[in-house]
Design a protein around this ligand. Sequence first.
Ligand code: PNW
Length: 454
Amino acid sequence: MNPTFPSFSSNPGFVWGVATSAFQIEGAAQEDGKGESIWDRFCRQPGVIADGSNGDIACDHYHRLESDLDLIAGLGVDAYRFSISWPRIQPDGQGAFNEQGIAFYERIVDGLRARGIKPYLTLNHWDLPQALQDLGGWANRETVHRFVSYARYVAARLAGRVESIATHNEPWVMAVLGHESGIFAPGVRSRATAMQVAHHLLLSHGLALRALRADGCGARLGIVLNLSPIGPATDSPEDVAAARLEDGRSVRWYMDPLFLGTYPADVWQHLGGDVPVVHDGDMQAISAPMDFLGINYYTRGVVSASGAWSAQHSGKPLTDMGWEIVPECLTELLLRLHRDWKLPALYVMENGAAFADEAISTAEGLRVRDSDRVDYIARHIAAVGSAAAQGVPMAGYMVWSLMDNFEWASGYAKRFGIVHVDYATLARTPKDSYLWYRDFLQVQRNVRADPLAA
Ligand code: PNW
């Protein structure tokens, strides 16, 4: 076997994929009846996006769908994870649906299936209709019911053709970065609002699952959380307590209600007057059994009570986001999840790295060398394999991201793609990491076809 490939003995049915999200790649922000999203609005505020950019054009995926589907097929992946822009198919977030909008997602789903690739759909990857934000957004309990209606419509149109439906991508990011620190849309700064938003996201997830199951939706249903192991900067009691609290706020605040039907008592007490309003029956709805849990993993968290810790001085290698490269922490996280909660099938729905890489012309054409990204992905795949070998029910792994795209508050300056995008021409060039992943998947297929040859 090629020594640059991690050894990985996949379970039968293990799914290899690649991921994107609607706002980050589609563009066509005002075409074919699409409504405004909170990210369209947020990007227009001066100073909130590092390079002053927005998602109006992004990767122009909306107009380049067929060739982008060919790029996905060229990888040899089993699955493609993408999200639906809610305002593209329901411009006001309630009332009329936009036929041209849903038609675009039907083209994605049918185009994937025609190429033998399983569609993995996410209903909410952050781009809430602005019209709902004008009514209070996720802080308003009514939005929960709007989301359930939207979910039922999408499932009725697409469910027979999609393998998997995730309700939300990263509720912690929407709640905390969107409503507490305010560095993401909609840019609110209130801890009490953030905690109410988190509760409504979880509730809408549970009620959507209940409704889709009652409707007879055949897709596998779940949610995607961003989780990191959180540790203390030193072994001082203050740092240990601060890390435990942060683990409570970022990991247990989501895992406990979803799998145990309760919020963690220590965090509840810490929040004081900022705890959410919870109605009778909410916790039961939130803990509806799921077919899968998706997690997105990039790095670990380190907490010091004084706030003095910085990744820059940790001695670990960093990506362009300033995030430490610590694949062993992915294994640690997966083992902990398996130990502390009773998990359904577990997918890494996003894993990847931002590195600055430029396309170089060679005699054979453009070449993008990104050995740092190849190394990152290879080591994280090995980390998943190690968890699987220790009994964690791993069901799939997806690289973030198919192509360079709009990296939220960082704009286009941070590149996560395994395909390079030249933003002047929108030309796509597969990077070395794309070629590496393609070759790795070919080896995996050979192992599957003839396990004794491994
Ligand atoms: C995830 N954090 O976002 C998202 O799901 C993707 O859309 C995004 O492109 C990717 O990770 C890379 O950033 C996150 O600050 C953004 O902890 C920020 C954080 C976590 C996840």
